[in-house]
Design a binder for this molecule. Structure first.
Ligand code: PBG
Length: 333
């Protein structure tokens, strides 16, 4: 055979493959999500996401010991708010609450972690929407002052990075001004820049019981604010606006079905790119693994590596803890 170029030579052993590997994925790139319950000692499984739990603060602190041993140092926390605390304006998110109290405890006991918040009304809203519903519409401009107030409260509680996940127009700039005016110049914004109206958020909405409600005069999906899965150029527009408004990170969500969006943002923007490997993406892989149809460790690793390869600096994933323990055991090849 007259073959001069033989790419297989660079795949010939584990040592060679490790040497020429282009994409690195370590626990430092991963963010572990935490679903927080108000009752301090509870631990409740999320049935649509095996291995993920809703935890009270004492349980979170116990888990935290394990996370830290695995070199997981970044966390994004979401509150599971009891139904009786929800109302149309999300009042509970705009006053002192168990979520802010938990942030204070976590940062007091683990000052060196990076703690990321969620900024949106949906965990607190009896309508199940990220913004305020007025006259049958999710009202953009009426929502912004509420997000600003939530931002200042979360910054005060000690969150390092705020994560606006609501897709209202102008919210990054509005939050930045509110934070600066209150003196929180060092608190960053990880903007959900291109968040799609995706079918893959199901287990998350189960965990928080936060799906849009079937009520009269309330829209039953999030398509007037989350992006159309068919659009890519629009993600570039969102990114340009977030940069101009003062975001510190640009996030794409979900991740696997949107690798092209991650790649385009990586090519066109200078800010760090985060990808949210969302609940449904993790759930389908876990379901297949449970049936013995896929190898969990290999499939999860491949999914996470593909997100990094597309250009994400940071990955938020429900597989963080498992990946970090495989990493520590040395089973990642
Ligand atoms: C809502 C929010 C959602 C997620 C993070 N923040 C769900 C939604 O938009 O309904 C989904 C994350 C996941 O599925 O893992 N503010």
């Amino acid at each position: 055979m007259n073959i001069t170029r033989r790419p297989r030579r660079n795949r010939s052993s584990a040592a060679v493959r490790a040497m020429v590997r282009e994409t690195e994925l370590t626990p430092a790139h991963l963010v572990q999500p935490i679903f927080l319950m108000p009752e301090a000692d509870t631990r409740l499984p999320v049935s649509s996401l095996p291995g993920t739990f809703r935890l009270g603060i004492e349980e979170v602190l116990r888990e935290m010991e394990q996370y830290r041993k695995l070199n997981l140092n970044s966390f994004i926390m979401f509150p599971a708010v009891p139904e009786e605390n929800k109302d149309k304006t999300g009042t509970y998110g705009l006053e002192d609450n168990f979520y802010l109290e938990a942030a204070r405890r976590l940062k007091a006991e683990h000052p060196d972690i990076c703690l990321i918040s969620d900024i949106a009304l949906d965990p607190y809203s009896s309508d199940g929407h990220d913004g305020l519903v007025l006259n049958g519409k999710v009202d953009n401009d009426a929502t912004l002052p509420l997000l600003d107030k939530m931002s200042v409260l979360q910054a005060e509680a000690g969150f390092d990075l705020l994560g606006p996940s609501d897709m209202m127009d102008g919210r990054v700039g509005s939050m930045r001004r509110a934070l600066d005016a209150a003196g929180y110049i060092d608190v960053g914004i990880m903007s959900y820049t291109a968040k799609y109206a995706s079918a893959f958020y199901g287990p998350f909405r189960d965990a928080l019981d936060s799906a849009p409600r079937q009520l009269q005069d309330v829209p039953t999906d999030k398509k007037t604010y989350q992006m159309d899965p068919a659009n890519a150029r629009e993600a570039l527009l969102e990114a340009t606006l977030d940069v101009a408004e003062g975001a510190d990170y640009l996030m794409v969500k979900p991740a696997i079905n949107y690798l092209d969006i991650i790649y385009r943002l990586r090519e066109s923007q200078q800010l760090p790119i985060a990808a949210y490997h969302v609940s449904g993406e993790c759930a389908m892989l876990l379901a297949a693994a449970e049936r013995g149809w896929l190898d969990y460790q290999q499939a999860a690793t491949e999914a996470l590596v593909s997100i990094r390869r597309a250009g994400a600096d940071v990955i938020i994933t429900y597989f963080a803890k498992d990946y970090a323990s495989w990493w520590q055991q040395g089973v990642i090849q």
